[in-house]
Design a binder for this molecule. Structure first.
Ligand code: MLT
Length: 210
């Protein structure tokens, strides 16, 4: 196990002014999965890609679920804070700017990225500057809602996704907007799988936020 608490891949930014992408894989994935996607989305950015520590059988995830789409909320809270601590420790260790981290998550990784947005505000600002959420659903509904003004979020969901109901995607979008985030939402014609359109859209969105 890495001394930072998560097995991970780190690549420094080639442009010191570029953000660091926090890459968060889907169920059964690894720290290597989204590295090529990160390179396509933001070639000059730093990449920090941890492997989820929860095992479902042999499949790594970022937090426990009780059933498909039914989450263990205590574990989700704990794992969200643990992941945030990892990001802060990695920033100190590798020397990247902890205030310029953009999450890029797919499926279970998108759900914990959404949870980071909703739960992580220590000491007084959101951990994430922005997030790309591919195939996310509502991970948790915090009360009160956090202030996410100034945070940019791209959500991309599949119209034919059999795992994530349209209402779940829309509910997350509405909640993030209620928090004051600047949310761009796109429906893709396909299902749960990531496509070239998702990647192209994310690249354009990142370019616009640079
Ligand atoms: C989750 O468990 O986070 C979602 O159901 C997505 C998935 O990983 O299948």
């Amino acid at each position: 196990m890495s001394e930072l608490g998560f097995e991970h891949v780190y690549r420094a930014a080639s442009d010191p002014g570029a953000p660091t992408l926090l890459l968060l894989h889907g169920t059964g994935g690894s720290e290597h999965d989204l590295v090529p996607i990160g390179e396509m989305i933001a070639p000059e950015a730093g990449l920090l890609s941890p492997r989820g520590k929860v095992l479902e059988g042999t499949q790594p995830r970022f937090f426990r679920r009780l059933a498909e789409g039914v989450f263990d909320l205590d574990d989700l809270r704990l794992r969200t804070h643990e992941l945030a601590d990892f990001v802060r420790s990695a920033a100190a260790r590798y020397g990247f700017d902890a205030t310029r981290v953009i999450a890029v998550g797919f499926s279970n990784g998108a759900n914990i990225a959404a949870s980071l947005l909703l739960l992580e505000h220590r000491p007084d600002r959101p951990l994430l500057r922005g997030a790309v959420l591919f195939r996310a659903m509502v991970p948790i509904v915090p009360d009160p809602l956090p202030d996410l003004s100034g945070v940019r979020i791209l959500m991309s969901n599949g119209r034919l996704d059999s795992l994530i109901a349209a209402s779940q995607a829309e509910q997350l979008k509405d909640m993030l907007e209620d928090c004051g985030a600047d949310v761009t939402f796109a429906w893709q014609p396909g299902g749960h799988k990531l496509t070239n359109q998702d990647v192209a859209l994310a690249r354009q969105w990142i370019d616009e936020s640079a």
